[in-house]
Structure formats: C-alpha cells, structure tokens
Design a protein around this ligand. Structure first.
Ligand code: SF4
Ligand code: SF4
Length: 461
C-alpha cells in the first residue's frame, strides 16, 4: 500500500473539506459478483414481501407484534412468558453476529442487509434508468432547472416514494400482521388514525433513507458497521486489494514490452463504482460494505490487460501479506463450538415448546383449610396460555394423589392465542399427605388427551 493518500483516514469520503456532504455518484456495477448479488438480493426481496402472507398452522410465518407482546416465528406463537427462549435467542443472535463478523467481516452488509439490497438493487437501478450512469447524473445535478431536469427528478422521487410506501407497509405488516394492515387500508381512515400515521412515518423514513441519507446509514449510523473496528482482525476475510501484486501502481504504458510496475494500472475504476466513495487500495476501511462492486470493476480491467483476475478479491490482510490462503483461527473455532451448542439448545426449546402453557401457584397468604368431610384443602391461582389458533376446552386432574379439584367451572375454554385465569381448590385426604409440604402433579387434559403436566406444593397440618 505504498501510494495511499496519507490523509485518507482524516476525512470521510462523503464529506468535503468544508464539512459538507459530498454526494457519491457511483458508477453502475456489472460482473459476476453483481449478477450473484442480484440473485441473492431478489430472492431475499421475494421472501420479505411474501412472508407476511404465509401462514403455518394458521399463524404468521413471522410476526413481531411488540405492542401486543405477541410473536410468531415459523408459525409458533411466543409470549413474553417464554423469556428463556427470548434470552437464549438473543444470546445466540449476538454470538452469531460476533462470530460471523470475526470470520467474514461485513459480508452480511454487502449481500444480505436490506439497506444494501434496496439501495443498490432497487433504488440505484431506478436512478440509472431515469438519470443515466454516474457521469450523466453528475451533469444533471449541475444543470440549471429545465423541463428535462424537472421531469427526471420528479418521476424519480415519485417512484422512490411509491416503493418506500410499499416497504413501509411491509414493515408494518411484520409488526401488526397482514390482516390488521388490510383493515387499516380498507376501513374508514378516521377509524385508524394511529395506523395511518405509522404508515406515513415509516414510508417517509424509508424514502428519506434511500433518496438522501443513503451510504451514510452504513458509514455513520449503523451500529453493526461501527462494531467492525473491534471485531475484525488481520485474519478476517474482507474485500481487499492485493498490494503485493498491485504495487507500485502506475498507468499502463503500451509502448513498454515488459511492465516494470505492479498490476494496478491506476485506472480508478474500483473507486468510481464504490457506493461509499472510498479507495479500497488504501486498505481495509470502516466504510467498506463489502459490496464487491470494486472486485467486478477490477476483474474487468484485468481481463482487458490480460492479467489474472483477483487483484481485488475476498482475502484477509494476513493472507495477502504472507501470500497464504484464508484459514480458520482458534478464536473462530471456539466461537463456532459455543454457537453450535446454543443453536442446539434453542432448537430444543423451540421444538419442545408446548401449545398450552400453564402456571399454577398457591394463592398467596393462604395456608390450608379442613373441609366438612375432613379433607385438607388448598387454594390455587392458575394462568393458562393457548398458543394455537383453535379454542381448547381443558380439564384439570390430580395425577400424583387421589384427590379432587374443585373449580368454579370444571371446564375452562381457552380462547385461540389467548390467556385465561382461574382459581380452584384441591382437596386431599389427610392419610395421603406425608408432610407439611407435599409435592403434587396436576394434569391438563383436552378430553382424554393429556396436554401437559404442572407441579406445585400442597400444604397440610
Ligand atoms: S480497478 Fe484495479 S487496476 Fe484499476 S485502479 Fe483499481 S485496483 Fe488498480
Ligand atoms: S471498497 Fe469495494 S467492496 Fe467496499 S464498498 Fe467500495 S466498492 Fe464495495
């Protein structure tokens, strides 16, 4: 990296020397990585827009209803009571992000992040389509306002807002469900002022991000991007320039019979295509989203000058410096083992998660009473959650002792995806009770079918 600008770390590529925004006009990318990114990106978009319509066992494929504290993942309903699953899922998610970033840097940002997918594959494509490639866009912005400029800018921003509206609505459907979104759209607007406001706020926020804020999300705002500096090291794989091969850089001299300089011909194509405006030849930088546009641009140049592709490629800093291949480090292996264990635990918890969740607690402040028939009676409070989409009539039976459960209603109907509460007595003969505190097991039945069992304590004299 001999010829890098000494001050390139002193100033953001998106700021002028006066501290104003320097608008990035990225050249339209093309090449094998761009094609691959399109395939991955459009598959993800199909999932994103299609998933709200998909139901499994009558439940949404994915629902994150924070307001009503209801969550559905792969058709399984979770409530705040599933705190262990949420905690473990959060821990697994954090570790996955750490491991992934240690090994592969910002690979996620370039290929999967919705910001990149929407910006590079949708919004920028529309911009190229309406305003032309980067040099034409620059010329249009410098042009005085005339009919052509008004037409192009207006149509671009109208389309941008329409797509942002679609994204905003899709985002909302993951929060409140597609049915509720449908209600907001079709009902009288005065009945859903809150929902309509949310729709407008989301749409406008997305429009602002994709029309104006753009790469600033990745370079300034995104916390994941900021984390890079503490997670990546010399062994992390990233889009990197092979300075061993490229330097000393210099223009191509066609009169030379044998090139005495490195393979980089200083054509700046890698800089022109970069959506964050950086020069990857300066080394790994926080602003690089690993979008691979510079790999494609440089490969095209290498093909033209008949040099091997990969002057810019996926590689770690160490592998370039030592001319070795990418290898797993001990840190990556250790993280992978912990991650596998957490994934196993999480899958087990989700897999064995029951459709009916019941909590039974002795009523606080109550000890025991003696009934007229001489039995010992304890009072209990019960909370039952039905995670299914059907109503379930349940009955309770004492499994551990011979005894009676006396409910106000002996059959409780659990509303679909609802929560019910109740109070009941358990009565047991004193001859069955061995100590002051006795462990009891209660069975929860739907007809003759045992749904789940719950344990509690029974107090006796
Ligand atoms: S595209 Fe390749 S050859 Fe051209 S400046 Fe960038 S690294 Fe050098
Ligand atoms: S340096 Fe290359 S990979 Fe990184 S953001 Fe710019 S074009 Fe994309």
């Amino acid at each position: 990296m001999k010829k890098q600008k000494a001050n390139f770390r002193d100033q953001l590529s998106t700021l002028t020397a006066e501290g104003k925004r320097a608008w990035i006009y990225a050249k339209k990318p093309s090449g094998r990585y761009y094609i691959a990114r399109n395939i991955v990106g459009f598959a993800l978009l199909a999932f994103l827009f299609g998933a709200p319509f998909v139901k499994i066992n009558g439940n949404p494929l994915l629902l994150i209803n924070v307001l009503e504290r209801k969550f559905s993942i792969s058709g399984t309903i979770f409530h705040p009571q599933d705190v262990i699953i949420f905690g473990l899922a959060f821990l697994t998610g954090v570790l996955f992000v750490v491991l992934f970033t240690v090994a592969f840097g910002r690979l996620f940002c370039g290929w999967v992040c919705p910001q990149t997918v929407f910006m590079e594959l949708i919004f920028r494509r529309i911009e190229y389509w309406i305003e032309g490639n980067y040099s034409k866009q620059k010329a249009l912005d410098r042009m005085e306002w005339n009919a052509e400029k008004i037409l192009k800018k207006t149509s671009k921003h109208l389309i941008f807002y329409a797509i942002s509206f679609l994204i905003g609505n899709t985002f909302l459907s993951y929060l409140i469900g597609i049915e509720k979104l449908g209600e907001i759209i079709t009902a009288n607007p005065t009945e859903h002022l809150g929902g309509l406001t949310a729709m407008f706020v989301f749409s406008t926020a997305f429009y602002f991000v994709f029309a104006f804020f753009r790469e600033q999300v990745c370079t300034i705002a995104c916390p994941y991007g900021r984390l890079q500096s503490v997670l990546v090291d010399g062994n992390t794989m990233a889009v990197a320039y092979d300075h061993q091969r490229g330097e000393p850089r210099g223009k191509l001299n066609k009169t030379e019979t044998e090139r005495k300089l490195g393979d980089c011909i200083d054509c700046l194509q890698c800089v022109f295509v970069c959506p964050t405006g950086i020069d990857i030849r300066n080394g790994t930088q926080l602003e690089c989203t690993n979008c691979t546009a510079c790999i494609d641009a440089c490969d095209e140049i290498m093909d033209k000058i008949e040099k091997p592709r990969g002057l810019i490629r996926y590689a770690s800093e160490n592998s370039i410096a030592n001319k070795t291949k990418f290898k797993l480090t001990k840190r990556m292996i250790a993280y992978s083992v912990v991650l596998t264990v957490l994934f196993g635990l999480l899958s087990g918890l989700v897999f064995f998660n029951k459709d009916v969740k019941i909590t039974v607690l002795r009523t606080p402040g109550q000890l025991y009473t003696k009934t007229e028939t001489g039995k010992i009676s304890n009072l209990y409070n019960m909370t039952v959650i039905n995670k299914t989409t059907t109503e379930i009539p349940i009955t309770l039976k004492l499994l551990s002792h011979e005894g009676e459960i006396r409910f106000v209603n002996d059959r409780i109907f659990l509303k679909p995806q609802g929560m019910s509460e109740g109070t009941f007595f358990i009565e047991i003969s004193p001859d069955q009770l061995k100590s002051v505190s006795n462990k009891i097991v209660i069975g929860v039945f739907n007809g003759e079918k045992l749904i789940t069992e719950v344990k509690s304590n029974f107090l006796a004299p």
